[in-house]
Design a protein around this ligand. Structure first.
Ligand code: 5AD
Ligand code: SF4
Length: 556
């Protein structure tokens, strides 16, 4: 049964990429094989995102295609994983009866068992077709054939502590089984440190789909980093929706709201300095970074995303400054430059407080004279309900002032289940959203180029990801992992984002490679034809020019 061919497609954020990787590892260990071609797959899985409507629509259209295919081949198994599964639950199966398995983000460790069951059932259904074989599943309520598992929503109200084992299982799967063969070919990996989110920004569906914030025990995280390093990984990106909010109280398997269960009470409200409550029995985010740095020296680059502006203590900034292998790259979404809009978004800070954080971060971490600049990136939402030209102007000015190296800019997308969806009218016309989006993106491009220019003449360690797209095309390599994805920050590439254009032609007698500085800037450089593949290693590159937001340099 388990030798079935599986195709998995991931939508949305890095958290989903990691979930897909872990789920794939579990399935591979059970004998499932993976194929990059959905047409040849017997099991098709979509790991979904519901942060914006756009990402969701792609899933609906994929499911439509699968419904047509399933009429031909009723043994096909279709699974919807992740945030959409959690949000829509069984109503998704009613709308799309082609779906056999539905698993929310908190229940992914149970996927192998559910899938096995679905595969067996569908195979026997295909062999002994029921009377309505022409319309498999049509107009049916969720049947025994179809399995839906949600969990996160209930986690919010009742059994927070009970959810911990299940949540930890998926991440632990990497620690208890050999590192997935596919993952081990990569020198870069994600490690989750926090799940869920408690911020409840009014536009955001994540607290509903991923549930309450839960912090993983530091020893599990460090052990996972160590195992990845032993398997050859040299760059680790720690993941959390509000990653710098990490805080673990020892004595409990998992903490919720930074408080060990079942004890209730205080949570670290952030603040701008040190955590006043952190005692001996607490591992703060600063402690965690320092411990990973110390205990896993094989990790040459330690990064983390996504940070929440209000929770940045000076202790974290100091640890980054004092530990050379922690990257000076902070992705800290501001979302808006207008205090009125920030309040309506329930972001919990003012523009002044955000700028205070930026100034502190710069004073600790921006040391270009030592070859260690700081790289900042941001997220913005334009066209939030009631946003005026004046509000937008304030956002424009904030982006200009902060000088992000790149920003992800999104048009507000009303999400069912969120406070903004329930209470606010989506009253900014689409044309205005589009115009503001374009204006902000154009400004970001100008700012990004100016930031990039400051690097000319300096020399950086570049972590080589592989041949540039242009080079890969030139060589028409089919090597898996050989083509470098240039999506910065791993978010929805269909959204406008500040991506480098690949205009610079590679010399005929050389090969063009691409990598990143520790501030996450993309660098292109040439190596002589026939050089051994340097992917996954470091090169010292002297920056000579900037083109279309990318840096171009020469081996130093
Ligand atoms: N509409 C538009 N953008 C959104 N984001 C989150 N929810 C929405 C929404 N409803 C953006 C925020 C967040 C990023 C991951 O997605 O900018 O930081
Ligand atoms: Fe969503 Fe806000 Fe949590 Fe980020 S901090 S995941 S935007 S609720």
């Amino acid at each position: 049964m388990a030798s079935k061919r599986v195709y998995i497609e991931t939508f949305g954020c890095q958290m989903n990429e990691l979930d897909s990787e872990l789920v794939s590892g579990q399935l591979r260990a059970l004998g499932y094989q993976f194929t990059p071609d959905p047409k040849s797959a017997e099991v098709v899985l979509y790991n979904t995102c519901s942060v914006r409507e756009h990402a969701e629509q792609k899933v609906w259209s994929r499911l439509g295609e699968m419904a047509i295919r399933k009429k031909e081949d009723p043994s096909l198994v279709v699974g919807v994983l992740g945030c959409l599964a959690e949000r829509d639950g069984e109503s998704l199966i009613r709308r799309m009866p082609v779906v056999d398995v539905l698993v929310g983000p908190a229940e992914l460790d149970k996927l192998p068992a559910l899938l096995d069951n679905a595969v067996r059932t569908n195979v026997s259904l295909a062999e002994n077709p029921p009377e309505d074989a022409n319309n498999p599943g049509e107009n049916r309520v969720v049947s025994a054939r179809q399995v839906a598992l949600q969990g996160t929503a209930s986690r919010r109200s009742a059994t927070l502590a009970a959810a911990e084992d299940s949540l930890e299982m998926l991440d632990l799967s990497r620690a208890v089984s050999p590192i997935d063969a596919q993952a081990s070919t990569s020198r870069s990996a994600y490690v989750r440190i926090t799940r869920g989110c408690n911020k409840f920004c009014t536009y955001c569906v994540v607290p509903f789909t991923r549930g309450a914030e839960i912090h993983r025990p530091p020893e599990h995280i460090i052990e996972e980093c160590r195992r990845l390093a032993d398997a050859g990984v040299i760059e680790i990106t720690l993941l959390g929706q509000t990653v710098n909010h990490y805080r673990f109280e020892h004595g409990a398997a998992v903490t919720v709201n930074g408080v060990k269960q079942p004890q209730k009470g205080r949570s670290f409200a952030g603040g701008h300095r040190r955590d006043p409550f952190a005692g001996e029995s607490t591992t703060t985010f600063a402690d965690l970074l320092a411990e990973i740095h110390e205990q896993v020296p094989g990790i040459q680059r330690l990064r983390f995303v996504t940070s929440y502006p209000r929770d940045f203590g000076d202790d974290v900034l100091e640890v980054i400054r004092d530990h050379p292998r922690i990257c000076r790259y902070l992705h800290v979404p501001a979302q808006s430059g207008s205090d009125r809009i920030l309040k309506m978004m329930n972001r919990g800070y003012t523009v002044g407080e955000y700028l205070d954080f930026v100034d502190r971060a710069r004073s600790f971490l921006h040391q270009p004279e030592k070859g260690r600049p700081l790289g900042l990136s941001g997220d913005f939402i334009v066209g939030f309900p009631t946003e005026t030209d004046e509000d937008f102007r304030a956002t424009y000015e904030l982006l200009q002032r902060v000088r992000y190296k790149n920003s992800f800019i999104f048009k507000y997308s009303p999400r069912p289940g969120t406070t903004a969806f329930d209470r606010l009218v989506d009253d900014v016309p689409e044309a205005v959203k589009r115009r503001r989006n374009g204006e902000l993106l154009a400004l970001q491009n100008v700012v990004a180029e100016a930031v990039a220019r400051e690097h000319i003449g300096a020399t950086f360690d570049v972590f080589i990801e592989g041949p540039s797209r242009k080079e890969a095309k030139k060589r028409k390599t089919s090597r898996s992992g050989g083509l470098v994805s240039l999506t910065i920050g791993g978010q929805d590439a269909a959204e406008p984002y500040c991506a480098p254009a690949l205009e610079e032609p590679a010399e005929v007698d050389s090969m063009q490679y691409c990598g990143r500085t520790d501030t996450d800037l993309i660098v292109f450089f040439d190596l002589p034809q026939g050089s051994p593949d340097p992917s996954g290693t470091f090169a010292r590159v002297r920056i000579e020019s900037v083109r279309a937001l990318s840096l171009y340099g020469r081996l130093a």
